[in-house]
Design a protein around this ligand. Structure first.
Ligand code: FES
Length: 141
């Protein structure tokens, strides 16, 4: 494991529960790694797989997605669509030999600041173990 490696982690959050989790963390003074880049979308169901793949092609070492728990999505099941799309995207990542575990999906509720912070930290540690996205080595050499 490279001790100096700081992953570039894109954390995609729905504007309701996922972002609510990050706002709750901020309100309670909970910190997450500085190399985690939160990115808000209206609903995780509006997130096309190509955007996740593009993030990995353009320098991210991993992508996490968090939205509302089942039954809580504000757009009638967008989170179910997201979960299926993430599963599909994981299969694509496997087929590309990138490893499906560069993509995480986890439900986070509006008040779950601790869960948001823990997910960011756990995924960050996981990516450190995995090492840099191999696509980055190809595109930067
Ligand atoms: S609004 Fe949160 S996942 Fe749809």
């Amino acid at each position: 494991m490279d001790e100096e490696f700081e992953p570039k982690l894109l954390y995609i959050l729905c504007s309701w529960c996922g972002s609510g989790g990050s706002e709750s963390a901020r309100a309670h003074g909970l910190k997450y790694p500085a190399n985690v880049l939160p990115y808000r979308v209206n609903c995780t169901g509006s997130l096309p797989p190509v955007h996740i793949l593009r993030a990995l092609l353009e320098g991210a070492d991993g992508v996490a997605v968090s939205g509302c728990y089942p039954g809580d999505c504000h757009y009638e099941g967008g989170n179910y669509h997201a979960r299926r799309r993430v599963a599909l995207t994981k299969a694509i990542l496997e087929a590309l030999d990138l490893g499906e575990d560069r993509l995480w999906f986890r439900f986070v509720a509006h008040g779950e600041g601790r869960r948001f912070v823990d997910t960011a930290a756990e995924f960050n540690d996981h990516l450190k173990e995995l090492g840099p996205n191999p696509l980055n080595e190809i595109t930067t050499t």
